[in-house]
Ligand binder design. Structure first.
Ligand code: GLC
Length: 554
């Protein structure tokens, strides 16, 4: 093969690559990233908690499923009041999950399988047990005091009206100094003060430490929230036009979060990430429902984040008109050349097979087709590939403090239950006889082993979709053209791929324009491409919640 010819997206052993620059770069654009909530994925030592050696054990499976990268939920030492989102040491590995050596080994074993490893970076706040905060709290003139946000009481109470993620006051009084510290999440998660240059230097050091070890990039926690209003002004109440998620918080976070200064920080971090080869990726957790402001995170005048999570899409109703409108609006709001990210489940918002699809595998398969065929990078949450659903976790077994503090809302534990590997005891997640840290869902048929053997399973569909993505046949980073939209049916074209989704429980038909080849349909009895597909022309009949993908003959 001529060295200037682009290679296919089939797995390659990138190092050494004879072609420079590598035609698969940037690797993250159009990739499939798989989120692993490490405590829940695979337990290698029988303590009921998933760990890094467990992730290493699962790499062959990940390679088989066709993912390009994994994003590990926080791996750093933490008192676990928010399971790693309360970091007490930004340079280490939580002993429950393994060691730094295990992480290095994971990076190197993953690379051999052409899988990149991304970490979760938590720069909005640290743990209250981090040495910085212990020092900050020890005295008003301590060296680290200004690493955090402190303010004097107002009228004998908190400095302003900000509320934290549980709906309570976002301020806790430090009695010794009669000053309040800010926490937009739990009181054990004090917010860092990004107006202090030393915080910038600390995090540049942290980023370089991990990038230099071969980490492929970061998912940036609370990426919209790092800066707070310098004057600590009161947040206004949400208006009737605000997104329901904003209304639920009772405050519109225009001062406690969402400050424009954060863009300067991401321009700097982008330079850092782009200074490595292969280029490292920054993927922001950007809770921003104003779609233009959401697009701003990619950078308007200079590059910022490589990718950003789109919560307007995540929180959309699973209806053809809503989804198509949001997709169109999103693609229009991104700067030219930007890569959209499509995701529908994570460790906070729940699993899409429940939220969107009512635990109906037919709808789950249609949703997977949509996620895999929209133009851009796809982030799957562990278990999405099996159609794993939310699990009702009884109050006595709930572990998430943020949820326990809000008993009227569904617990985040529902979507953090262990990965279902087989129908053996404990779903193969941990040793038989050990109690997993969270209870298991119904794994009788929703498990890797059973679904691998089932040609019509959700997993078999996912594997076929991932192969089509790797061959560049679907999900290409190119324009999307709407071909048909009504209350039930949505058809769109990306590159030469035509996706037809019936998002309703009645039959539907669609007249395929021109000649094409059927690549797959979700209610087929097998996802073996050879057996189920072929030339197609004319009327496509879809069953309830059925989706199909066709390759248009150019
Ligand atoms: C992000 C995380 C969430 C965590 C919070 C505080 O939203 O996804 O799990 O509780 O930040 O770090």
């Amino acid at each position: 093969m001529d060295s200037t010819e682009p290679c296919s997206r089939e797995p390659c052993s990138r190092e050494p690559c004879p072609r420079e620059p590598c035609p698969r770069e940037p690797w993250w654009s159009g990739a499939t990233i798989y989120q692993i909530y490490v405590r829940s994925w695979r337990d290698s030592n029988g303590d009921g908690i998933g760990d890094l050696p467990g992730v290493i054990e699962g790499l062959d499976y990940l390679q088989w499923t066709g993912v390009d990268a994994i994003w590990l939920s926080p791996t750093m030492p933490s008192p676990n009041t928010d399971y790693g989102y309360d970091v007490s040491d930004y340079f280490g590995v939580h002993p429950e999950l393994g060691t730094l050596d295990d992480l290095d080994r994971l990076v190197s074993e993953a690379r051999q399988r052409d899988i990149a490893v991304m970490l979760d970076m938590v720069p909005n706040h640290s743990s209250d047990q981090h040495p910085w905060f212990l020092d900050a709290r020890s005295a008003e003139d301590s060296p680290h005091r200004d690493y955090y946000v402190w303010a004097a009481p107002r009228d004998g109470g908190p400095p302003n009206n900000w509320v934290d993620a549980t709906g309570k006051e976002a301020w806790t009084l430090d009695e010794a100094s009669n000053q309040y510290y800010l926490h937009n999440f739990l009181p054990t998660q004090p917010d860092l003060n990004w107006w202090d240059d030393r915080v910038h230097s600390e995090f540049e050091h942290i980023l370089n430490f991990w990038l230099g070890r071969g980490i492929a990039g970061f998912r940036i926690d609370v990426a919209h929230g790092l800066y707070k209003d310098a004057q600590l002004r009161d947040d206004p109440a949400p208006g009737p036009d605000d997104h329901p998620a904003v209304q639920a918080r009772r405050r519109k976070q225009v001062y406690s979060s969402h400050r424009p200064e954060v863009h300067g920080l991401y321009r700097r971090w982008r330079q850092i990430a782009d200074g490595y080869s292969p280029q490292r990726a920054l993927l922001g957790e950007t809770w921003e429902f104003d779609i233009q402001k959401f697009g701003d995170f990619y950078g308007r005048t200079a590059p910022e984040l490589h990718m950003a999570f789109n919560f307007t899409f995540v929180m959309s109703p699973f209806r053809a008109r809503d989804l198509s409108e949001i997709v169109e609006g999103t693609l229009a709001a991104l700067p030219p050349g930007a890569t959209a990210v499509w995701t529908a489940s994570n460790h906070d918002v729940g699993r899409f097979p429940s939220r969107w699809c009512g635990n109906d595998d037919r709808a789950t398969k249609a949703a997977l087709v949509m996620l895999a065929t929209l133009p851009g990078t796809l982030v799957l949450y562990y278990g999405d590939e099996l159609g794993m659903t939310d699990v009702e976790v009884p109050p006595g077994r709930q572990r998430d403090e943020m949820s326990i503090a809000q008993p009227n809302r569904p617990s985040r534990d529902r979507c953090r239950t262990p990965m279902q590997w087989s129908n053996d005891a404990n779903a193969g997640f941990t040793t038989p006889g050990t109690e997993p840290w969270l209870p298991l869902g119904d794994y009788s048929s929703t498990n890797v082993a059973t679904q691998r053997a089932g040609p019509a399973s959700v997993l078999s569909l996912w594997r076929q979709l991932s192969q089509l993505r790797r061959q560049g046949l679907i999900g290409a980073v190119s324009a999307l053209e709407h071909l048909h939209l009504d209350d039930n049916l949505w058809a769109y074209r990306v590159g030469n791929a035509l996706s037809v989704l019936n998002l309703h429980d009645v039959n539907a038909t669609y007249e395929v324009p021109g000649a094409s080849r059927l690549l797959l349909r979700t209610q087929a009895s097998t996802y073996d491409l050879q057996a189920s597909t072929g030339d197609f022309e004319g009327e496509l009949r879809l069953g309830p919640w059925e989706a199909a993908v066709l390759a248009i003959t150019p």
